[in-house]
Design a protein around this ligand. Sequence first.
Ligand SMILES: NC(=O)c1ccc[n+]([C@@H]2O[C@H](COP(=O)([O-])OP(=O)(O)OC[C@H]3O[C@@H](n4cnc5c(N)ncnc54)[C@H](OP(=O)(O)O)[C@@H]3O)[C@@H](O)[C@H]2O)c1
Length: 192
Amino acid sequence: MRLVASYIACSADGYIATPEGDISFLDRAVLEGEDYGYTAFMATVDTVFVGRKTYDKVASLGFSDPHPECTQVVFSRQPQPDPWLNNGRRIWTATHPVAWVRAELLHPGKDLYCDGGAEILHQILQAGLADRWIITTVPVLLGNGIPLLDHPNRLSDFTLKNTTHYPNGVVQRTYAKKFEVEPTGADGGGDV
Ligand SMILES: NC(=O)c1ccc[n+]([C@@H]2O[C@H](COP(=O)([O-])OP(=O)(O)OC[C@H]3O[C@@H](n4cnc5c(N)ncnc54)[C@H](OP(=O)(O)O)[C@@H]3O)[C@@H](O)[C@H]2O)c1
């Protein structure tokens, strides 16, 4: 079954960026030869969707087509920028992300990757559409910024499936959405 997945990084105090959108704290996670499971994760998805601010940030870093192997969707209520090409694989849309995800889940395919930012992720979380969530926590305190979670108890909707500690202090946690009744034999539990 097609699911919605998110792979996202945050500071130790739960921010995905500074208030100005700076993400240079992620540099603290760089570890030679370590991609934190990103390649394996990307093999499970065929569509990546983001909010316009995340698109702008990634484009400003020189990556206007960061996932050429995937369908890429940018949500914005503004007109598409000139260089953006709506060609079926690159889509710029004012459709509500929740409506778009619900429609997309009816089509066969690999999982859908909610790449953020927080505005888009929060709408997906509030609609109960996030199924699988990989959160990589970088050991940096930002003190303020764009919060990963839309609600302090949000993680109680999820079961912690796996925790990996890296030698540089980075911790990666994998969560799966809780079912109303956990399926028999489910590998539940964890410090959610
Ligand atoms: N740490 C990480 O792993 C990570 C991951 C992703 C992003 N980030 C960072 O997070 C920051 C951006 O996050 P953010 O939460 O501020 O913004 P965002 O979610 O990336 O983008 C918000 C924009 O999405 C559009 N949008 C939101 N809701 C919509 C709706 N219902 N219908 C249509 N369009 C809608 C609007 O674009 P318009 O204003 O154009 O209408 C809105 O301004 C950036 O700094 C980025 O680098 C960090």
